[in-house]
Design a protein around this ligand. Sequence first.
Ligand code: NAD
Length: 399
Amino acid sequence: MHAIQKALHSLVIALNRFLSILLPDRIPVTFVGAEASRELCQSIAQTGVKKPLIVTDAGLVQLGIVARVTSALADAGVESAVYDGVEPDPTFDQVNAGFAQLERDGCDAVIAVGGGSPMDAAKIIGAMATNGGKAEKLVGTFKVRKAPLPLYAIPTTAGTGSEVTLVAVVSDSKTHIKGFVVDPKLLPDMAALDPTLMVGLPSHITAATGMDALTHAVESFIARTSNARTEAWATAAVRMVFQNLPKACADGTDLEARKAMSLASYYAGLAFTRTSVGYVHAIAHTFGAYYGTPHGHANAIVLPHVLDFSKGAARDRLAALADVIGVGGGGPEQKAQAFIEAVRELMARIDIPYTLSDLREEDIAPIAKQALGEAAFNYPVPRFMSQPEAEGLIREILA
Ligand code: NAD
């Protein structure tokens, strides 16, 4: 059974690799730096947008971050409306409420202001506006038939890279199981990486989201679908995370570190949206569904365990990453191990635990099953994982 699954998996990966060549390969126009969000607003005005809906969360309104965007739009002569009902891991109920407001306020574009949660919600709301208004019908691959409303992204965390990806994640309002809307039409038209919007991001969220970016880069780099272009983005992201994440966590006002982390997240997004991710994401998504573990935090805890599991098959790739960050000596095996140890040291420096206190022994088998179900035929992992192997790996994460 395992051998048949393994062979089928290889076949589907080969097919995915071929199909990915046929996908449109657009990168959003991107402004970078302390003036980036203002410059983006000026550009939005120039495109003739009349009244965009800003999709965000209540915390960002309270922090005054949304006001910076609405006033930059007003200065450029553009009226706007604000939907601030998005919460971490947005649900169908939340995107439905945002879509209702978009219709009520007669908006003609969508601006995401926030982390991955508002960015994903904005992508779905913009697609609902031109595709019949039913978010459930968009879940799956290539289900967005018509071009969404113009979409602009202003990330306020440096982690998900959603500003450059063709995926949006929306959770079932009751079970919290994540659904994936995957379509090149979801790609924003423009984005702004503005480090000044991130100075108030608390250290623990900076750490978790930064580890999300690292996970994207590493899973993309070791994926069987990677190529020279995605490898260049992924290695840039890995280098920048190791150099800048501890600085951004220690001093949130360090604008150079914040900017570098925004770019690292962006590069990692460019890489993984072309290669897909791997078992770290499959297991982390399931932790999110079971325990509400924040996405980046869950990824961080799982990452070293999956790298330990993959290090035979991905030895040379991990050794190359050791060279990128300048750790390890000796042969590829020692270097691969040194990279995994460097990930653990990074986690210790930024106060991310190695275990998940919410995890329960009785949940391990169903978590493993759900994660392997997500990964099967989707993720181009270097080493295929069986149910007992997945259970063993997850058991290592018990506190
Ligand atoms: P998030 O958007 O859920 O935000 C987490 C918290 O940080 C919120 O409370 C928010 O108010 C706060 N916050 C955000 N920016 C802030 C700032 N500048 N200052 C102070 N507080 C701030 O977190 P996230 O990790 O960015 O996004 C996670 C979501 O993204 C998950 O739902 C995940 O599934 C999704 N995701 C999507 C993609 C994609 O490509 N579409 C990739 C990875 C993850």
